[in-house]
Design a protein around this ligand. Structure first.
Ligand SMILES: NC(=O)C1=CN([C@@H]2O[C@H](COP(=O)(O)OP(=O)(O)OC[C@H]3O[C@@H](n4cnc5c(N)ncnc54)[C@H](O)[C@@H]3O)[C@@H](O)[C@H]2O)[C@@H](O)CC1
Ligand SMILES: [K+]
Length: 523
């Protein structure tokens, strides 16, 4: 599914109105229905009666407020006790929003215009009593921070016990950046219209939006699948389409051979975990190249892989090139970095790998750190073979010679710029990992949870991407498969453990189960 910025969303809306003659009021009405359906799901689990339950609708002066007023009207018609808190003078509402205000005023719903302290008590009482609070203060039109009067109410909403449903985007979250200046509505559900907005996946947006429901509100599919929109969110459907199918007569030779260059003294576990990630992702043959000083340990810990000791007692050194080159000759993919340590001698080997090995190469962890400050070496690979980089924000900052804050405030643009510059797929890790392609496409990965914030999970991801590459999946799709299934495995573990306490090795071991569940889900 595509993900849009505000300009793209406004263009889509405009085209639906102009080219198809869909009245804007109808879009607003459909938007309201989509919100009502989510409220029903939240309050009475699809069935049962909303009658008698209490709703408070926070309404701003723009079209987001207009959506909220239409929701309010429908909820009155469902028999709910509805209170609208209007954060604007009635005369400030224009067009469809003004019409929806008039329609609401024709119902039995209550309306309070909030101008200052005067209405505070009424509002506070209504919020405390509410079963559901609908946030229709600001949508994609918000620029900068919320007005301070509204902020006070936002804090009350965030402390209320009601189910909070945001209309289009939580108010206070900037739709293009996910930036929250001081505070924003913390929603349980965000019902977003047409397509999801960038801000739901960037900055602090993911913290505030809760579960995201997307409703097309009758905008024609052709507009929602416009080729010029090049940002996407990964879904079960997109991933199912790219999962390779195993041939009945397949064998270890046809399932791909991958080389993993990893490990150093004290970090043999990284090689083992990456190896486990690869094997659990279905690789045919895995060969691990690791320093001779730890090769026995690695070998004993991962019986299914073959282990090749290479020169270097504690960490791979400049003489390890020959072993790597020999193994890589017959491989379909190569991954370098987990637990490698930063032996400067190995920098030369890395350079050689980038220049001469033609199969897809994945760079992670210390391979990235060895290139920090010398990112021109990455460009030395341009045209020599496919490349994937899997930096976390710290590694990305070192590669780009900037701060982690710079990376985090500019994730999408930076990932895309660097992917183009390095002619590489960039997997910029984070709570919402971004997979950026040199052709300008970017994919947000919504799967995963904070339980992944523990040692070794990144190694598992690298191994998994290696395995998909070895099985013949393209670099971009291998990165998407790797990131999505890795997050899904963690989400599956979180069903049992919550957001902490599961292990990187368990994430690896869950990969087959989540892959299988996608295969079985009917498309
Ligand atoms: N995109 C679509 O297809 C549809 C959009 N609709 C709704 O329309 C919304 C967009 O409506 P609008 O463009 O009217 O925008 P908003 O409703 O988000 O509000 C914009 C208003 O707030 C003001 N404003 C912006 N930043 C402010 C700040 N920091 N402090 C105080 N005031 C500020 C603006 O000057 C403007 O008057 C969407 O989010 C969605 O909810 C729906 O009606 C259905 C169709
Ligand atoms: K909103």
């Amino acid at each position: 599914m595509r993900v849009v910025n505000t300009e793209q969303m406004r263009q889509i809306e405009e085209r639906a109105i102009q080219q198809y003659g869909i009245p804007s009021m109808l879009l607003m009405e459909n938007a309201a229905w989509a919100v009502v359906e989510e409220i029903r799901r939240c309050l009475v689990q699809n069935e049962g009666d909303l009658a008698g339950l209490k709703a408070v609708i926070l309404v701003g002066k723009g079209n987001n407020g207009g959506d909220g007023l239409a929701v309010a009207r429908h909820l009155v018609l469902q028999g709910m006790d509805v209170t609208v808190l209007l954060f604007a003078g009635t005369e400030q509402l224009k067009g469809d929003a003004a019409l929806n205000l008039r329609l609401f005023q024709g119902t039995t719903g209550k309306l309070f215009v909030i101008e200052g302290e005067k209405q505070r008590l009424v509002a506070r009482f209504a919020l405390a009593q509410a079963d559901v609070i609908v946030d229709a203060l600001y949508g994609i039109g918000l620029r900068g921070a919320l007005p301070s009067l509204i902020e006070e109410y936002v804090n009350e909403v965030n402390n209320a016990s009601a189910c909070v449903v945001s209309v289009d985007i939580p108010s206070g979250v900037e739709a293009n950046t996910g930036k929250v200046y001081r505070t924003a509505i913390r929603a349980q559900i965000t019902v977003t219209f047409g397509l999801p907005k960038w801000g739901l996946f960037l900055g602090e947006g993911p913290i505030y939006c809760g579960r995201v429901a997307v409703d097309p509100i009758s905008i024609p599919e052709a507009f929602l699948e416009d080729e010029s929109i090049s940002t996407y969110v990964l879904t079960d459907d997109t991933i199912r389409e790219i999962l390779p199918i195993r041939h009945f007569k397949g064998h270890k030779g046809t399932h791909g051979k991958g080389i993993l260059v990893a490990g150093s003294k004290g970090m043999s576990g990284a090689a083992v975990l990456a190896g486990r990630g690869a094997l659990r992702s279905g690789i045919g043959l895995l060969q691990i190249v690791t320093p001779q000083g730890i090769a026995k340990d690695v070998d004993a810990s991962i019986t299914e892989a073959t282990v090749w000791p290479a020169p270097g007692e504690d960490s791979l050194n400049e003489e390890s090139w020959e072993v790597i080159a020999r193994q890589a000759e017959k491989a379909q993919a190569l991954a370098i970095g987990p637990g490698l340590a930063q032996n400067p001698g190995f920098g030369l080997v890395l350079e050689e790998i980038l220049r001469t090995i033609s199969c897809p190469v994945v760079l992670d962890a210390d391979a990235l750190n060895l290139l920090a400050g010398e990112s021109s070496l990455i460009e030395a690979r341009n045209g020599r073979g496919p490349l994937i980089l899997t930096p976390h924000p710290g590694e990305m900052a070192r590669l780009c010679q900037c701060t982690v804050a710079d990376v985090e405030s500019n994730r999408l643009d930076l990932a895309l710029t660097k992917a183009a510059e390095w002619e590489a797929v960039v997997v910029l890790k984070g709570s919402v990992t971004i997979v950026a392609s040199p052709d300008g496409r970017a994919f947000f990965n919504p799967s995963g949870n904070p339980g992944l914030g523990t040692g070794g999970t990144g190694d598992v991801l690298t191994g998994s991407i290696l395995a998909w590459l070895a099985q013949g999946v393209s670099p971009l799709e291998a990165a998407c498969l790797g990131a999505y299934l890795h997050g899904k495995a963690a989400d599956d573990l979180a069903e049992e453990y919550g957001w902490s306490g599961f292990l990187a090795s368990e994430v690896a071991d869950r990969l087959p189960k989540v892959r299988r569940s996608l295969e079985l889900k009917l498309g």
